[in-house]
Design a protein around this ligand. Structure first.
Ligand code: AMP
Length: 411
């Protein structure tokens, strides 16, 4: 069965076509700069890459281009669109309603629409992607996979803020958490690598990329996570503040900053970029720090310090702690960050193997010393594969028909 995974952003759509249940990627690509004068479609089939540049006015047209290239006689991967039995869509916000992936029907679409208010930068594009796929592939089962779903298991004590009680009731202000598909994927993979049942594992998962979040996972379920009502809270990120005193905003408002500039300050000008003043990219900062740039060095140090604080906090929730997992562009590829995060934590039973850590660049593996109580792992995340698996399983459950409805807690 062919499963198409769609990740629709504001100006791009990423796609991967899977052959399931084996999980082989038969084609993948990205259509960028949708709505610009010239959009770019980069398509890969096996080791062959082809690029096309042309005007693509909107997401509907983008989906059309993607489907066209998938059946292109020269570079495509299938003969006809009817081969695509299922489409799995990444959806950022599922509110409190979606505790797992679901087959999309009109009710599900209406709910995703409802959550646009909570994720105005993401859910509208995800919706456009689903609607476009529904139009172009009416025979396929459409499945929505939510970034928030894995964290719906958070207990009330972890998801409530110390704000007036009625704000939760009136505006649904609470911690939702994001990157759930990634945290779930690496936690399941860690359990499998350690020979444990997935509902046995206690772990801290660190998704460190341009966006960063951590999760405390008790018996396979998320019990706390660092991102909150929005993806702004928690760790230091490429351009986002993470945790800081909200009174700074009142202070700056008093100095003349308006809402738009405060939003941009917190989401686009802070984090690694804000501290270093030069880059949001960890590779660049590591290089600059190595060359003696003090602010680049400080940015990396603050980044690692914050991860350590969360490890400390989450260790109070997990007894015993079986594993710490590093994933995301930085978590998978930066031995320096992992070293700074794990250094001098012997008293917590965390001991890194320096050689294993150096070897573990972008590859799955154990990086803890033999005498470490906590297993330290690098596990490359694969959100697309997790979405493809959910979509495939739900589709089989639903009888492989677009008319079938189903809601399945994919835990
Ligand atoms: P992601 O958002 O998961 O794609 O991660 C992007 C981040 O990973 C950027 O900050 C990159 O600089 C960082 N990254 C990728 N490769 C490396 C590397 N080899 N060393 C350090 N950071 C890296």
């Amino acid at each position: 069965m062919k499963v198409l995974v769609i990740n629709a952003g504001s100006s791009s759509i990423k796609y991967q076509l899977y052959d399931m249940p084996g999980g082989q990627v038969v084609a993948r690509g990205v259509l960028e700069r949708i709505g610009d004068k010239l959009s770019r479609l980069t398509h890969r089939r096996g080791s062959e890459t082809s690029t096309r540049e042309e005007a693509v006015v909107n997401h509907e047209a983008a989906m059309q281009r993607i489907l066209q290239i998938l059946v292109d006689p020269r570079v495509g991967a299938i003969e006809e669109l009817a081969e695509i039995a299922t489409v799995g869509h990444r959806v950022v916000h599922g509110g409190e309603e979606f505790t797992g992936s679901v087959v999309v029907d009109d009710r599900v679409l209406a709910s995703i629409e409802k959550f646009v208010d909570l994720a105005p930068l993401h859910n509208p594009h995800n919706l456009v992607g689903i609607r476009a796929a529904r139009n172009k592939l009416p025979g396929a089962v459409q499945v929505a996979c939510f970034d928030t779903a894995f964290h719906t298991s958070l207990p009330e004590v972890a998801y409530r803020y110390a704000l007036p009680y009625e704000l939760y009731e009136r505006y649904h202000i609470r911690r939702y958490g994001f990157h759930g598909t990634s945290h779930r994927y690496v936690a399941r993979r860690a359990a499998s690598l350690m020979g444990m049942d997935k509902y046995q594992l206690n772990a801290i998962t660190c998704h460190l990329g341009n966006g960063c979040s951590m999760a405390a996972i008790r018996h396979g379920r998320s019990v706390d996570t660092s991102m909150g009502f929005t993806p702004l809270e928690g760790l230091v990120m490429g351009t986002r503040t993470g945790d800081f005193d909200p009174a700074i905003l009142f202070y700056l408002a008093d100095k003349g900053y308006d809402l738009t500039s405060l939003n941009s300050l917190c989401n686009k000008k802070s984090g690694l970029l804000g501290i270093s003043g030069v880059s949001n990219d960890m590779r660049t900062l590591e290089q600059l720090a190595h060359e003696g740039n003090a602010r680049a060095r400080l940015a990396v140090e603050i980044f690692c310090y914050r991860v350590r604080k969360y490890i400390g906090a989450y260790m109070t929730l997990l007894n015993p702690l079986d594993a710490i997992v590093f994933t995301g562009g930085i978590g998978e590829n930066s031995p320096l960050v992992r070293r700074q995060v794990c250094q001098d934590l012997d008293h917590l039973g965390i001991r890194l193997d320096p050689q294993g850590n150096e070897m573990g660049r972008g590859r799955e593996g154990v990086i803890s010393a033999a005498d470490s109580d906590v297993c330290l792992l690098v596990i490359p995340t694969n959100e697309e594969e997790a979405i493809a698996t959910d979509a495939y399983e739900l589709s089989v459950e639903a009888g492989g028909s677009a008319k079938a409805k189903g809601h399945w807690d994919r835990t």
